[in-house]
Design a protein around this ligand. Sequence first.
Ligand code: SF4
Length: 444
Amino acid sequence: MSAFMTAIEQLTTSLPQTSEEGDEEPPEPSPCEAIPIVVSSPQTTGRVVRPSKHHAGFLNPTIRTFSRKYFPGATSRLWNDWRWQTTHRIRTLSQLESMISLSEDERLAFTRSPTMLPLGITPYYMSLVSPDDPSQPIRRSVIPTIFETMRGEGEADDPLHEDAQSPVPGLVHRYPDRALLLLLDFCSTYCRYCTRSRMVGHGDIHLSRKRLDRAFEYISNTPSIRDVLLSGGDPLMLGEEKLSWVLSRLRQIPHVEIVRIGTKAPAVLPQRITPQLVRMLRRYHPLFMSLHFTHPDECTPEAYRACTMLADAGIPLGSQTVLLKGINDDVETMRRLMHQLLKMRVRPYYLYQCDPITGSAHFRTPIEKGLEIIRGLRGFTSGYAVPTYVVDAPGGGGKIPLMPDYVAGHEKDALLLHNYEGGLFRYPQSCATGPACPNQGGVY
Ligand code: SF4
């Protein structure tokens, strides 16, 4: 049996069984559920659908059609069970071939040389994949191509030097006051551009008590760490009991002020956001979540419901989006994504320049493209809809924010600035308070 299957079994066997299944009720109706939202799945772009208040069945007709065709035995109850979704993931070439027509570049990824990252797609996310268009953004995010196996110039398996900044296994300590704790290397769906392709899905990182005890000990002995980010892999692939154990151990460390969880579950496995999960999570406030969304087509009624449940539990939600060539590298797509996220009560947080991991050249854009997108958002839409564009410096230098340059120059005592529309404006640099002002002398 492969290490990968072992990992799935360990996760699944640790999950609460039938006694809790009766608790799998839809979330309490919230005022936000009355707001119609735009379903932007590939086949239903622009359609407005109201999520059901009473039934967590099939919210999206496209998904229902897919389910009936490929999983005829799956009742809506099974389909909405995250454990069922996890154990029925699409993992093989033959499964893919039965659902979509593969392009030559996609097929070669299976037949020529193995990709670093395994294949894994939940049935839910697969239902959003175009069966016949290899250039569809959702499809490109999760279906491998031969380009993944080609190492380009400047690419590396661990470009951010996470391994070198890891004082104990599975813990990365790069910044002074925060640490990244990798809980497991399992995700329900594997993103082809994953920064941690070198380890994710390989079955090497488990929720081992011995390893985590060392991580907790390191955090306890490092009082400067006030913020711990749980990641992996996807921490929400753990059952409630295990995740609760991790959170409670962190909460026992007095100087850990906040805990963050990084997850893509609301986008690829929204069924994971259950009432019992949010009940457990809300015990550990202040708790934040960084959600990974890539394209507006991921903002389905199911994702909306998941985010609503998390937000109703008082969890501040931020989004992290990777800038990807041919997927979201234009102003209009990014604006739609940011607007959809805000409607789901998710604050756009970071827009990441794609890291130069091995086999990522087909996903990476020039930096100028990211600046162009920020320039196209700033001023043209709410500031809340504008994420911070960052490059995670290769070599472990950390995130470096990038902004379009709005400074046009200087003129006597004035700074010349462009506004978002390109108009030129002068800001006086001499202080209004007169000679007593400490900034007199042109300090700005
Ligand atoms: S969800 Fe995150 S960790 Fe998992 S494959 Fe995608 S990018 Fe990588």
